[in-house]
Design a protein around this ligand. Structure first.
Ligand SMILES: [Zn+2]
Length: 194
């Protein structure tokens, strides 16, 4: 694969938006921060708003020290709206559900071979969301995706004193949405309240 050819459309986008890019070269003033999964299907709604969206993406939208630092930085440069974007059929959640299921799927076998994937799913999804002890109904993938978004917000407010204080003082808003990978539609779930 030739990367230059592969990103040819990006060059066209750059040409078309050269004035905007020049302006943004002076500094960024993002309006919102989106915390979402690394899933390739989620790129479109985010890249459309050049210079407006500060983006933090990790597998499953799981927060770690570095992503929390990124969220704090975005608050520092003026972001007041934070959007946690889960998505339907998230691979990280699906993998975690397979790990706790009795079925021996190929994917499960592959995950078990990777120390990093196995530990990541166990520590960040299976254990905190109590997946092993859930009823079948409570194991429905998109329900777990939504629960995971709420868990990440709780983690952020617990770990980050800066964000917690801003949230308690009503200086920032936190919202949850779910991107549907089958239709491209974003469903806004609710504002996060204390
Ligand atoms: Zn995902």
């Amino acid at each position: 694969m030739d990367f230059e050819d592969y990103f040819n459309d990006v060059c066209k986008f750059t040409e078309k938006n050269s004035n905007k890019i020049k302006e943004l070269g002076k500094g960024q003033h993002p309006e919102i921060t989106v915390i979402s999964c690394s899933d390739s299907r989620l790129s479109f709604p985010i890249t459309k708003k050049l210079g407006k969206v500060f983006t933090i993406r990790e597998m499953g939208g799981i927060l770690n020290d570095s992503s929390i630092a990124s969220i704090e930085y975005s608050a520092l440069i003026g972001v007041k709206k934070f959007l946690f974007m889960g998505h339907t059929n998230c691979g990280a959640i699906k993998g975690a559900l397979e790990l706790v299921s009795d079925k021996e799927t190929e994917e499960k076998k592959e995950i078990m071979k990777s120390k990093f994937l196995r530990t990541f799913m166990h520590d960040n999804i299976i254990k905190p969301l109590n997946l092993a002890n859930r009823s079948n109904k409570e194991k429905e993938i998109n329900k777990v995706v939504e629960d995971n978004s709420m868990l990440q917000i709780e983690k952020l407010l617990k770990e980050s004193e800066m964000i917690r204080k801003k949230f308690e003082n009503k200086e920032i808003d936190i919202e949850v949405c779910q991107y549907c990978t089958e239709t491209g539609i974003i469903e806004f779930k609710r504002k996060f309240k204390n």
